[in-house]
Design a protein around this ligand. Structure first.
Ligand SMILES: CC(=O)SCCNC(=O)CCNC(=O)[C@H](O)C(C)(C)COP(=O)(O)OP(=O)(O)OC[C@H]1O[C@@H](n2cnc3c(N)ncnc32)[C@H](O)[C@@H]1OP(=O)(O)O
Ligand SMILES: N[C@@H](CCO)C(=O)O
Length: 403
């Protein structure tokens, strides 16, 4: 059985100390709850509650047509909804049905815009906990998520360690590195310097589409790798039929409109149609702010109270959340005695491999849910791990500005 619903969680105080009178959370559930089979899936930066295909809805959800993990979550899939009760909720601050900047402020009758309180990953976790309470779910069999959704997973382990039996943190890290912080800063600046942004109060008027488009293009470059961009586009010209969307200056017309440019323009257009610029600011700030060790002595200390099993999944071509970052976290966990495995996936796609390579992501997650870290599809980088072959992983030097 699948459900698509919105829960009114009532007044909500954010970590910033600010409150809103009513937090609505859009969520979807898949499968039957049997008391001990709940799996919470946490979405990435621009995802929604629509994690799996919904036969009753023809696969459609307003603004977010495609199930973002439709080949990983569903009946007979790795996260098998005929066995597990899967819950996925849109995060506060986003724009897919959960209260965020585009929602109406009941005090003014106008959209909140940037009067919406600052949002943290911790606020997402606390909202999810309250939603699960509403659904009658106590302890989770597992919490799984990718990218900033993986940070959301790590936050669950430090905030509610007793509520989680198993965790899968995919393509994520304890914190973003400064290079990614820098790119996110530039992306946000693209939005806030668009004249249509208007301090965040643009609803009902022209929207900061150019700024949001540039922001997404910067983001999208972070989600690919040198290898995947070389393979997809090379330096090829997009050809005569491609429509150059940026009006070129006369000199630019001399040079080719390249496939990579055409691709980024296309992706930006699609994104502007489906996402809200203020939400992009709020969601990226939540991601940038996340630091697992904040309030603790170390990453290991932050996870010390978690007594379940943690699977870290990283991708060799991902320079947004690198293998090295996942390994550092795994090392911290090992030192602290946390039951962890770091499974490295060979892929040169880049960060979005966790979305587009379900055949690589699915098996270890499936094993995690069914058998825990002992699952045969799970390898570990620990030197003494007996199922990891050499136990080595390929170092990644694929950051944007390095060779
Ligand atoms: C809707 C959701 O899934 S939201 C949650 C996840 N979404 C995201 O992560 C968004 C960011 N990532 C993406 O958009 C990625 O494209 C993914 C992860 C959704 C899919 O990636 P892939 O399957 O590798 O597709 P790819 O990135 O190659 O994009 C394909 C699209 O680009 C178009 N395209 C490819 N090359 C070019 C080009 N040179 N010029 C113009 N358009 C191009 C294709 O026609 C295709 O269009 P379509 O989406 O309308 O079918
Ligand atoms: N491309 C994905 C992952 C970003 O971290 C998204 O837009 O949500």
């Amino acid at each position: 059985m699948t459900t698509k619903n919105t829960a009114n969680l009532g007044a909500f105080q954010f970590e910033s100390g600010e409150s809103i009178p009513a937090l609505e959370v859009a969520y979807e559930t898949y499968g039957e709850f049997t008391g001990d089979n709940a799996v919470l899936v946490c979405h990435a930066l621009t995802g929604s509650a629509h994690v799996a295909r919904r036969p009753d809805a023809g696969g459609e959800t307003a603004g977010q047509a495609r199930a973002w993990w439709g080949d990983v979550v569903g009946p007979g899939k790795a996260i098998d909804t005929s066995e597990y009760y899967v819950v996925c909720a849109n995060a506060p601050g986003s724009c897919y049905g959960t209260t965020g900047p585009a929602s109406e402020n009941p005090e003014t009758g106008e959209p909140y815009g940037t009067d919406f309180p600052a949002v943290t990953v911790g606020d997402w976790t606390r909202a999810q906990r309250r939603l699960l309470d509403e659904l009658g779910v106590g302890r989770l069999h597992a919490v799984v998520g990718g990218s900033v959704g993986g940070m959301n997973v790590l936050d669950w382990l430090r905030r509610f360690p007793d509520d989680v039996e198993r965790a899968g943190a995919v393509a994520t890290a304890a914190r973003l590195d400064p290079q990614c912080l820098a790119l996110d800063t530039v992306a946000r600046r693209a939005i806030t310097s668009d004249p249509n942004w208007n301090g965040g109060h643009y609803y009902g008027g022209p929207e900061p589409e150019d700024g949001l488009a540039r922001a997404r293009q910067i983001g999208h470059i972070m989600y690919l790798s040198k290898a995947s961009m070389g393979r997809k586009f090379g330096r090829r010209s997009a050809g005569r039929e491609a429509v150059r969307e940026e009006p070129p200056d006369p000199a630019a017309a001399f040079f080719p409109y390249r496939e990579v440019e055409s691709y980024l323009d296309y992706q930006a257009d699609k994104f502007v149609d489906r996402f809200d610029a203020n939400s992009y600011l709020y969601m990226t700030r939540a991601m940038d702010d996340f630091d697992l060790s904040a309030g603790y002595e170390s990453d290991a200390d932050a996870l010390a109270a978690f007594e379940g099993e943690l699977l870290l999944l990283s991708f060799t071509g991902d320079w947004h959340f690198t293998v090295e970052q996942a390994e550092a976290l795994a090392e911290a966990c090992r030192e602290a005695g946390t039951d962890v495995a770091h499974h490295v996936v060979e892929s040169d796609h880049g960060h979005d491999a966790f979305l587009v390579e379900p055949e690589k992501v699915g098996p270890p997650l499936s094993e995690l849910l069914d058998d825990g870290l002992a699952g045969r599809a799970i390898t570990d980088t620990a030197p003494d791990a007996d199922d990891s072959g050499s136990g080595e992983f390929a170092p990644v030097h694929t950051s944007l500005f390095s060779q």
